[in-house]
Unconditional design. Structure first.
Length: 524
């Protein structure tokens, strides 16, 4: 056995893999039981032989394994597997969760890079204009701002446009900081039911005692990762064993869990005290006079309440049913509890938001952007941009748009409005589910596919009116039904290249190998 500290293991791994491995990367492996933890005089130690075994079985064979499942045409360069999570969620990109978005490095690669190491062909240059007709959470326009490229984003969802606008907005830093502090203080002084704090304090003590005995952190995770332990059976037993302790505390402090009404999303998916805190904070936000500040505060609250829904940690991305009791958490490998207050999350996300906005200030370039709420099949981009920004409108009409980079919705995979149902409920935006292309509720059958093809074609044909003659269009799609050759043809375009990339680090519990294709289209 060759024991090493976390920093020593980091240095060893960097040399072994010939790329920089940070101490945080090693700590992650220990925390999630990928390698075994040893203790020596109170410090964490790991066996370098164990670490080598992990890298040999995982890093060395992952590319080979994925290509075996998905095909040898997989472009591993576009996996960006060398990046840390903090790189792929840098600055304002993480201001609000959004299911189905791509990482900013993918945008960077195609907006600023080339087809291969020999041709050195550049698609876009500083001062060009890029269009994203399926804006989503705004990854393309944020990267365009960072790279000195003007941008226009269009989305049918008002909330998506709010997310993107908040990320891209310039704020008065000192004013925003004061507004955030005021918001946090307002919740600290709000106590609808002071028994909640006492109840949670005792519950956390009981959970810690129980988890320390039956789910001892990294040791338990390491045991699971070895594959010889029945996690489900053990978890179910211990979940039932802890439940009476939880129920006894609920009764002791007379805690009201469920709300009386079940009419809306906010009624159904939040514990009573959480809902009252949400209402209190939102009322404070509505009193803010500065529109830009009011919107970013509302976005912070939206991000907060998403994390405070009464659901398991594993099901945050795809809700199943309300979770009002303690439960075994497949993410954290221990007994977890629902949230009874938004205070901790609000404080964390408020500070994080301010820091991320400041980080982006240092990187963004003085270029124009426009976020347009509308249907990309029919939207008049010139007209809408002119109403927003006349200076940008002149540039737009003079040089036109150089190309498109976007990820159209996939067939029958996500209901884009429903994923933010809590925000629509809270903010009062009108939902336009019927205008979504390829929604989950429309299914994946033959009629759904025909409708999808026509929808994407209509978007591309409308957007072509605003593009230069020699445009470049990049569409990121999981084309399992082989629809994009037909889409290209009906849009008067041809597929000149395609790049198949593995999608790593997915948030869902389904971690099966998964790929998407970036189609490069040009005018016929």
């Amino acid at each position: 056995m060759s024991l090493a500290t976390i920093p020593e293991a980091s240095k060893w791994a960097s040399e072994f893999l010939e790329k920089e491995i940070f101490p945080t990367n090693i700590s992650y492996l220990v925390q999630y039981g990928k390698v075994k933890k040893y203790g020596e005089n109170g410090s964490t130690m790991i066996d370098l032989n164990d670490l080598k075994k992990y890298y040999d079985s995982y890093n060395g064979k992952r590319e080979e394994s994925w290509k075996k499942n998905l095909g040898n045409d997989l472009n591993w360069t576009l996996s960006f597997d060398n990046l840390r999570e903090k790189d792929t969620t840098k600055h304002v990109h993480r201001l609000h969760p959004y299911k189905g978005k791509y990482i900013p490095q993918l945008v960077e690669y195609f907006l600023d890079k080339h087809t291969d190491d020999f041709k050195k062909e550049t698609y876009f240059k500083t001062g060009d204009i890029i269009l994203d007709p399926f804006l989503g959470s705004g990854t393309t326009i944020i990267q365009s701002l960072e790279m000195g490229i003007h941008s226009v984003g269009v989305d049918v969802s008002e909330f998506n446009c709010m997310i993107s606008s908040c990320k891209a907005t310039y704020y008065n830093d000192s004013y925003l900081e004061k507004a955030i502090k005021k918001l946090i203080i307002s919740l600290d002084s709000f106590e609808h039911d002071n028994k909640i704090k006492e109840f949670e304090t005792e519950l956390l003590v009981e959970l810690a005692k129980f988890n320390n005995v039956y789910f001892p952190g990294s040791d338990f995770k390491y045991k699971i990762n070895q594959g010889s332990f029945n996690e489900n059976k053990f978890a179910t037993e211990k979940e039932k064993e802890f439940l009476p302790i939880y129920q006894k505390l609920i009764k002791k402090y007379s805690i009201k869990i469920k709300q009386d009404s079940k009419l809306s999303f906010l009624d159904t998916w939040f514990i009573e005290n959480v809902r009252l805190e949400i209402n209190h904070v939102f009322n404070i936000i509505k009193q803010e006079k500065d529109v830009k500040t009011r919107k970013i505060l509302a976005l912070i609250l939206s991000r907060t309440i998403r994390s405070c829904r009464a659901t398991t940690h594993s099901d945050l991305a795809t809700l199943k049913e309300p979770q009002f009791t303690t439960y075994y958490c497949y993410k954290h490998k221990k007994i977890c509890k629902p949230l009874f207050s938004i205070a901790t999350m609000l404080n964390r996300y408020a500070i994080d938001t301010l820091n991320r906005i400041r980080e982006f200030y240092k990187l963004r370039k003085p270029v124009h952007y426009s976020v347009l709420t509308g249907d990309s099949r029919t939207v008049n981009i010139f007209e809408k941009v002119e109403k927003q920004n006349q200076e940008f409108s002149k540039i737009l009409k003079k040089q036109k748009i150089a190309g498109i980079f976007c990820s159209p919705p996939y067939v029958g995979q996500i209901d884009y409005h429903e994923q933010h149902a809590y925000a629509y409920d809270l903010l009062g935006f009108k939902r336009k589910d019927e205008l979504e292309i390829g929604s989950l509720y429309k299914g994946k059958g033959i009629e759904a596919r025909k409708s999808y093809v026509q929808g994407i074609v209509d978007v591309l044909n409308n957007c072509k009116k605003y593009l230069k003659n020699n445009f470049d269009v990049f569409l990121v799609a999981n084309d399992k039904f082989n629809l994009y050759p037909e889409i290209a043809e009906k849009s008067g375009m041809k597929i000149v290249n395609q790049f198949k990339r593995p999608v790593l680090n997915r948030t869902e519990r389904d971690r099966n190998p998964y790929s998407e294709i970036i189609f490069h289209l040009k005018k016929i």
